[in-house]
Design a binder for this molecule. Structure first.
Ligand code: AMP
Length: 227
C-alpha cells in the first residue's frame, strides 16, 4: 500500500519515552504514507522561539524536563489539528502525554467523526535512551535527524536531505534533563499504554533495533491499521 490507498483520514499515535525514535519514525511514515507529523515538542519549541504567550509559559518547564500544562498543549494541538493539511491524516508524535490529553484528543476527534486507528508503543530500555539522546542533533535547514554514533551524514558536515551545513542540538538533550523527562514519561505517559489497550487500538513494537528495522515494523502496523 502507498499513500494513494489511504482513503480515510488516519490518526496514528506514537507513544514512547524520549529517545525512543518517535520523531525519526514519524518523519519516515510521513514520507512513506503522505500523513502529517504533529509533534507537540516541535510546536512548543516554535512557540518558545517566536516568544508567544504559550512559549513564554512553556520555556522553563521544557528546560527542566517536566511536562507543559495540559491546557497549553491541548490548545496548541487543537490549532494545528484543525489546519487543512491534517485532513490527509496525522501521526501524533509526543501527544498525548497524559490521560487528560488523551481524553481531550478523543473529544476533539469525535467532533469531526474521526477515530484513532492505532496507538503504537515503542518499547525500549531507559539506559539506552540516555545514549541515544546525548548523541542526537538535527539539520538547522530541514530538521532531518542525525546521531553521533548511529546516523552521521553521508558527507561529513553536510545534510543528506537539503545540503545545509548548519546543525543544532536541543537545549534539553542533556543528562540531567533526560532523567527528568524519563521520570515524567513513566509517571504520566506510560499509563496511556493501558488506556489505549482498553480502547482496543494499542500496538506494541520493539524499538531497540535499527532505525530501518523499526520502520519496517511500523509500516506493517500502519498498513494493518489504515484500510
Ligand atoms: P519532545 O520534543 O516531544 O521530546 O518534547 C520536548 C518537551 O516539550 C517535553 O520534555 C515537554 O516539556 C514538552 N512537551 C512536548 N509535548 C508535550 C505534551 N504533549 N505534554 C506536555 N509537555 C509536552
Amino acid at each position: 500500500m502507498d499513500a494513494a490507498t489511504i482513503t480515510t483520514p488516519a490518526v496514528l499515535i506514537l507513544l514512547g519515552p524520549p529517545g525512543a525514535g518517535k520523531g525519526t519514525q514519524a518523519r519516515m511514515l510521513e514520507d512513506k504514507f503522505g500523513l502529517v507529523q504533529l509533534s507537540t515538542g516541535d510546536l512548543l519549541r516554535a512557540a518558545v522561539a517566536a516568544g508567544t504567550e504559550a512559549g513564554l509559559a512553556a520555556k522553563a518547564v521544557m528546560e527542566s524536563g517536566g511536562l507543559v500544562s495540559d491546557e497549553i498543549v491541548i490548545a496548541i494541538l487543537r490549532d494545528r489539528l484543525t489546519q487543512a493539511d491534517c485532513a490527509k491524516g496525522v501521526i501524533l508524535d509526543g501527544f498525548p502525554r497524559t490521560t487528560v490529553q488523551a481524553q481531550a484528543l478523543d473529544a476533539l476527534l469525535a467532533e469531526t467523526g474521526q477515530k484513532i486507528n492505532a496507538a503504537v508503543s515503542l518499547e525500549v530500555e531507559d539506559a539506552e535512551m540516555v545514549t541515544r539522546i546525548a548523541g542526537r542533533y538535527t539539520c538547522a535547514g530541514c530538521g532531518e535527524g542525525y546521531h553521533d554514533t548511529f546516523k552521521a551524514p553521508a558527507t561529513e558536515g553536510e545534510c543528506d536531505k537539503c545540503g545545509s551545513t548548519e546543525f543544532k542540538r536541543r537545549a534539553d538533550d542533556n543528562a540531567e534533563t533526560v532523567a527528568s523527562r524519563l521520570a515524567a514519561y513513566h509517571a504520566q505517559t506510560a499509563p496511556l499504554i493501558d488506556y489505549y489497550q482498553g480502547h482496543g487500538v494499542l500496538k506494541r513494537t520493539n524499538a531497540m533495533g535499527s532505525i530501518q528495522d523499526i520502520a519496517r515494523d511500523l509500516e506493517d502496523i500502519v498498513r494493518g491499521a489504515v484500510k
